[in-house]
Design a protein around this ligand. Structure first.
Ligand SMILES: Cc1cc2nc3c(=O)[nH]c(=O)nc-3n(C[C@H](O)[C@H](O)[C@H](O)COP(=O)(O)O)c2cc1C
Length: 249
């Protein structure tokens, strides 16, 4: 099969008849993988603003959709912590925890598996020391993972010279932990994971439009450089998608 044919096959839906008879880890009663990566011991925590207390993001959906577009030029102005809290909630936030422990989020995800983690390179956010952070959606917090030397240049280089990415006030870097989905769907997971990631970034676009800031989806990046920047192993967790966010003229 040619590489193009292989790519097309990957996009086709062939899951269900196969999956119904598959011996998945879930069916083998392997315990469900954690829904959120733990905060490293000793990492400082930052409280985010709870969704009930947000005043931003009130633009009608019709206006946010009409205003959605990609922005690649950002001003030197920063974001407020409230704006960042809103964007994090919109992209991966929790909207409901059921009695069973099931967590429902603001984005759809195949089988409700939610295989992503959100890393942030913070350059200019009110009250936050620049550096690398990770969102903890179940706790409405972020943990600070450390400094990023030459963040603007490193992110730009990690995106094949797309320097505007590193110039965002904050850069969203989504990693995937495929096993969260594989636990249920085994080798049929990966098409769903790719589709899932689009939902996350689309919510970011709409949320950015709702608060008058700019973003741009970034699919072209250097896998090894970005994995190393956020400190993941590139096998059980790796970067899948990015988006800088910044103020626009
Ligand atoms: C999967 C995906 C990957 C993308 N990767 C990049 C990228 O690496 N660099 C970039 O400048 N824009 C990237 N974009 C943004 C598109 O170029 C943009 O959405 C398209 O030109 C349409 O413009 P609009 O978003 O303003 O409607 C990407 C968009 C998607 C959905």
């Amino acid at each position: 099969m040619s590489l193009i044919d292989e790519g097309r096959e990957f996009l086709k839906s062939k899951e269900w008849p196969e999956w119904k008879v598959m011996e998945t880890d879930q069916r083998k009663e392997v315990p469900v993988p954690p829904r959120q990566k733990p905060c490293p011991e000793g990492a400082p925590l930052v409280d985010l603003i709870a969704v009930a207390d947000l005043s931003v993001g009130q633009l009608p959906v019709i206006d946010a959709l009409a205003g959605r577009k990609s922005h690649r030029k950002f001003t030197d102005a920063g974001l407020s912590l409230e704006e960042l809290s809103f964007l994090l909630w919109a992209t991966q936030g929790v909207r409901e925890v059921l009695e069973s422990g099931t967590v429902r989020r603001t984005v759809a995800s195949g089988g409700n598996r939610h295989p992503f983690e959100t890393y942030l390179v913070v350059n200019r956010v009110e009250g936050l020391k620049p550096g690398l952070y990770r969102y903890l959606p179940l706790d409405e917090k972020m943990c600070r993972l450390g400094e990023v030397d030459d963040a603007v240049a490193r992110v730009g280089e990690g995106c094949h010279g797309q320097n505007f990415v590193g110039e965002g006030a904050v850069v969203f870097i989504w990693s995937v932990i495929p096993y969260r989905t594989e636990w249920r769907y085994s080798h049929l997971s990966h098409r769903a994971i790719a589709i899932d990631s689009g939902h996350v970034c689309q919510n970011l676009y709409i949320a950015c439009a709702a608060i008058g800031v700019g973003t741009c989806a970034i699919g072209a990046f250097d896998q090894a450089r970005m994995d190393s920047l956020v400190g993941v192993d590139g096998k059980d967790e790796f970067v899948i998608y990015l988006a800088p966010v910044g103020r626009i003229e």
